[in-house]
Write a protein that binds this ligand. Structure first.
Ligand SMILES: *Cc1c(COP(=O)(O)O)cnc(C)c1O
Length: 356
């Protein structure tokens, strides 16, 4: 791969004044990374350039048939002022997994981790340092052939943009209310549920809007065939504490393999918990709630790290968990994972990637 060309802006944007008040994904930094793909040339022309609108042919296939994949990861500023990322190579591996499903050509993963680190170094001044803040990194790939036909594109554009974000929970972790969706489905086996492709999220909006109108913050998705087994919560993986077992749905093709999920599984096994990746039905949860063995539930994802679930509503069944407080395991996992991500706890698994 050629060296990355860097073109700097002449006028920097003002930096956020109140880092703690930054909302998710609303502000963007001064520069972005771009790289082109063309069938006969492969990936080429990697560059860091001023953040700006991109020009595209209105017939570009991504706008019509949705060949669009993305990733989400974060850079953190540590107490010593260093900048680190969390398992970025896993995000690049998953970008290629998504790409393969959508016929998008593979990208050199190691090169991309380095390119993202270069971009973060250029934007060093944008990595916020106050409690709970981070720099959200959004790599994505779009198909750019100007062609109205359902066919893989021969040209693509890879873009990385950066957005400084505030703490997910202002004033600490807080439990969320979840609506169990038994009408709409997010994904089916054989489909694209295991990928981060744009269409999955477009298809989830209707359900999310209806759940919000009823006062719930997220939906819990059930399997697309029987509407019986748990899949995920919103755009997070989900874990349940059932008696002495910690359970998360097994990756089955329609569930997104979260990097936070994988990290949580690793920590739990290392701590000696009894952990299962298996099918878990709503009936089993409702039964466990009745007999007192279902004690705690939480979502996992890059944005919130750990999101404790305070309530699950499934038809007429209302399950209130952990007395509306943060469950012990949720808190313990949050402290450990966010501690590792900010270099305040020992990185025993080699998850931290040093940028500066
Ligand atoms: C991104 C995402 C997750 C969480 O993945 P992480 O790698 O932990 O951030 C879970 N489910 C869906 C549907 C997602 O899009």
């Amino acid at each position: 791969m050629e060296a990355i060309r860097i073109e700097r802006v002449s006028q920097l944007k003002p930096k956020p004044e109140d880092e703690g008040a930054l909302q998710f994904g609303k502000r963007f930094t001064d520069h972005m990374f771009l790289m082109d793909y063309k069938g006969d040339k492969g990936w080429h022309n990697p560059r860091i350039v001023p953040y700006a609108p991109i020009e595209m042919d209105p017939a570009a296939t991504c706008l019509h048939y949705g060949q669009l994949i993305f990733e989400g990861l974060k850079a953190y500023r540590t107490k010593e002022g260093k900048i680190v990322m969390f398992r970025p190579e896993k995000n690049m591996e998953r970008l290629n997994l998504s790409g393969d499903r959508l016929c998008i050509p593979p990208i050199d993963e190691e090169f991309m981790v380095g390119a993202i680190a270069d971009l973060v170094r250029v934007e060093e001044g944008w990595v916020p340092g106050s409690e709970g803040t981070s720099l959200y990194i959004r790599p994505f790939v779009i198909s750019t052939d100007a062609f109205l036909g359902v066919h893989p594109s021969d040209s693509y554009l890879l873009i990385v943009i950066l957005s400084p974000v505030g703490p997910y929970y202002k004033g600490g972790l807080s439990p969320v209310r979840i609506y169990v969706e038994d009408n709409y489905v997010r994904a089916v086996r054989g489909g694209t549920g295991f990928t981060k492709c744009a269409g999955n999220y477009a298809a989830s909006l209707r359900s999310q809007v209806e759940a919000e109108a009823q006062g719930y913050s997220q939906v819990l998705w059930l399997d697309g065939v029987e509407h019986k087994y748990v899949e995920e919560v919103g755009a997070m993986n989900v874990f349940f504490v059932l008696g002495d077992e910690v359970v998360t749905p097994a990756l089955n093709g329609s569930i997104l393999g979260g990097i936070t999920r994988d990290s949580v599984l690793t920590l739990l096994r290392d701590w000696g918990y009894k952990v299962s990746e298996r099918k878990v039905s709503m009936e089993e949860l409702a039964e466990g709630y009745k007999n007192g063995s279902f004690k705690e539930a939480f979502g996992t994802g890059t944005a919130a790290v750990i999101s404790p679930i305070g309530e699950l509503k499934w038809g007429d069944v209302e399950m209130k968990l952990s007395d509306g407080k943060i469950g012990d395991l949720s808190q313990k996992l949050y402290d450990e994972l966010s501690g590792i991500q900010r270099c305040e706890r020992e990185d025993r698994f080699g998850w931290v990637y040093s940028v500066i």
